[in-house]
Design a protein around this ligand. Sequence first.
Ligand SMILES: [Zn+2]
Length: 405
Amino acid sequence: MDMTNNDIELIVKQVLASLSGDAPAAQPAKAAPAAAAGIPATAHVAMLTKKEHFDIQEYPIPELGDDDILVKVEGCGVCGTDGHEFARDPFGLIPVVLGHEGTGEIVKMGKNVKKDSAGKPLAIGDKVVTCMIFKDNPDITMFDLNKQNVGGADVYGLLPDDDKHLNGWFSDYLLVRGGSTIFNVSDLDLDSRILIEPCAVLIHAVERAKTTGILRFNSRVVIQGCGPIGLICIAVLRTMGTENIVAVDGNAKRLEVAKKMGACATVNFRDYQGVEALAGAVKDAFGGYLADFAFQCTGSPAGHSNVYKFIRNGGGLCELGFFINGGDATINPHFDICSKEITTVGSWVYTLRDYATTFDFLKRAKAIGLPLQELITHRFPLSEINEALAVNLRQEGLKIAVVNK
Ligand SMILES: [Zn+2]
């Protein structure tokens, strides 16, 4: 099935119309079209030419098709996926321009481009993000929570190189081709825009968790794993009104950030010998109760095995830590699932609908004072992208970003 831009626009409009009516976002001051006048003849991309090595390469900026958009890249987060591809090329994409958590400013548009995928007008100077590139799978365009996530779709930053080369956000210009989803997010600051993609992962996970019927306003929720994913999970729960949150990690610095994101108590697993003692500490942190619900945000098999011990009888679990295959985990089906009647959901990436929800989440998080921007601990210019990825692989800091300024 072939989706035209009009079809996509229609579907997204229907979905957005069906979303519950939140307070409308404040209208931003219109950004000045800074770069409109001076588009250079060439662009720079960070091309991964072999494992653990990007070359900064220069290519002519191609002529735009009538449905294409040229974006001047402002910044892009480094994802765990980028780290895997950089170190081992598991997707076999080399040579490739990586970077899918990017954002930038429209500097040129084909004559057919009038609106974004949600029906918002688009103009030179608008700040945008992309989501998936539509191919021929109608299920991923359904936007329904129970429909397929976008895991199988193409995204800029994970495309094979082609004759235009401007395919990823680790660059100074990106060519957004007709048939892509693009959103006008001029009302979000740069840090928020860099965090959209990882935040959408957590919006989706919490939506998945809600389908169990167990997650409620006053639920006691344990978050295991305080990397960016676990930390954003805490922030998403806080913006939804859940306050009884205990964070578990082995890194004291990350647990401090967990408190800033809204955790009311933290447990450092290094302070406890054995899972019974650890589960006891979680229970103490909730004032003598086990968790109603747990989010497992580590990629560690031991983490998965342990998490059941933190959950009360009849509680729920969302497993979202294994973004890639991290190996098998051992559980005891009798004690961990059956006799406790635990309801589990898995979560991976997001649906397109979650993207629109994410924009609202970021505004709400800011409004209640959650310092999400503190998740971006390192910023590198494009010229230092090899170092940016090395820092990511060494797991220093939280979110690493490449910023073109
Ligand atoms: Zn990512």
